[in-house]
Design a protein around this ligand. Structure first.
Ligand SMILES: NC(=O)c1ccc[n+]([C@@H]2O[C@H](COP(=O)([O-])OP(=O)(O)OC[C@H]3O[C@@H](n4cnc5c(N)ncnc54)[C@H](OP(=O)(O)O)[C@@H]3O)[C@@H](O)[C@H]2O)c1
Length: 325
């Protein structure tokens, strides 16, 4: 089968397509024909060996995938063969991959494979972040930083699905237009020095109820200062490469909370939570409250370039690779 191989940690342009043997499903695993593999900023860090955990070399990148079950390993019901499933594992940038059966969710017809592969991480993070950690309520106002990124676009859709009004912060006109098209009510250019004033103008001096922050850096403190009393600032990630520091008196003055949202850590610590959040994601899709979709589709050969775009702030939204193309 064709696969993208990482032989040495480094920039994504070192990655190449190779022919390698098909994987064989072991005990408790399924073999899938990968129809779609979602990519994110983290995949760009993984191929450079810069993520919190390192995959041993050589490895096939891509952890978020969906496809049809071709075969099952020992201990897995053969009823799964032929079903379309989505799950998190390793080696998604390949025509075939093995996944732990326990990590697979069977997809309903309304949830196509590309949409599912675009949603597993970013949408589950947003559902966990807004519903469980941030306790968002209908009618609240949410500010999403880095809103045109994969994590940000999912946050716009999920916050809207929970009845919130979304203000998207993004760096370029094109990115802001993409956020508005995805359902944000307003978009601000947070690269402008006076962006706080623009934001306050939009909320009529009331402040925002929640901040969804996958960027950090100098933007975090400004965003925290824009919280309404009782507001919640959800710490999601550090795409700017800089970890913000916050004067704690701000939390007291605003009666506001800083809430860490580590979806990956949460589901590793509580295995059942991974299944519950994926089931919740599918339920929200079936109810029509959220509409995950890839923002761009690419053949396997484009994967290195897509990872480079993610690392260099050029990507808009969530890219999905279709390995059979
Ligand atoms: N907590 C969790 O459970 C969880 C789950 C998934 C991902 N994450 C984290 O969320 C963050 C975003 O992931 P993502 O996949 O959405 O990434 P992405 O698609 O690349 O989006 C990140 C956004 O951050 C902004 N940005 C500002 N400075 C940047 C810089 N120096 N380099 C790159 N982007 C910069 C960009 O928007 P502008 O150009 O508009 O500024 C970009 O659209 C990552 O740190 C990731 O590790 C956390």
């Amino acid at each position: 089968m064709r696969a993208i191989l990482c032989h040495a940690y480094g920039l994504p342009d070192q990655l190449r397509i190779e022919d390698i043997p098909d994987p064989v499903p072991g005990k408790g695993q399924v073999l899938i024909a990968v129809e779609a593999c979602g990519l994110g900023f983290v995949d760009g860090l993984l191929v450079q060996g810069k993520y919190q955990v390192k995959d041993p070399l050589p490895f096939v990148p891509g952890g978020e995938m969906a496809g049809r079950v071709l075969a099952v390993g020992e201990g897995v019901s053969p009823d799964l063969v032929g079903k379309r499933v989505a799950g998190l594992g390793k080696g998604g940038l390949a025509e075939k991959a093995v996944l732990p059966a326990a990590a697979c969710a069977v997809l309903p017809d309304v949830f196509d494979s590309a949409a599912a592969a675009s949603a597993l991480i970013n949408y589950c993070t947003a559902v966990y972040g807004f519903e469980d950690c941030g306790k968002v309520r209908p009618g609240e106002t949410v500010l999403v930083l880095g809103a045109s990124g994969g994590v940000g676009m999912a946050a716009i859709d999920v916050a809207r699905g929970f009845g919130a009004t979304v203000i998207a912060a993004a760096s370029t006109e094109d990115k802001r237009a993409a956020c508005l098209a995805r359902g944000a009510a307003h978009a601000v250019d947070y690269t402008q020095p006076d962006w706080r004033k623009t934001l306050e103008g939009l909320v009529g001096g009331k402040g925002v109820d929640l901040v969804y922050d996958p960027v950090s850096g100098p933007w975090s403190e400004t965003a925290f200062r824009c919280l309404a009393p009782g507001g919640r600032h959800l710490v999601i990630g550090f795409a700017s490469g800089e970890i913000a520091r916050l004067p704690l008196n701000l939390a007291l003055l605003k009666r506001a909370s800083l809430v860490g949202v580590d979806w990956g850590g949460h589901v590793r610590a509580h295995v059942d939570e991974g299944r519950r959040l994926t089931a919740r994601l599918i339920e929200l899709v079936e109810q029509g409250r959220i509409s995950p979709r890839p923002d761009s589709l690419h053949p396997l050969a484009d994967a290195p370039g897509v990872l480079g775009d993610l690392l260099n702030r050029r990507a808009v939204g969530k890219p999905v690779i279709q390995p059979s193309i």
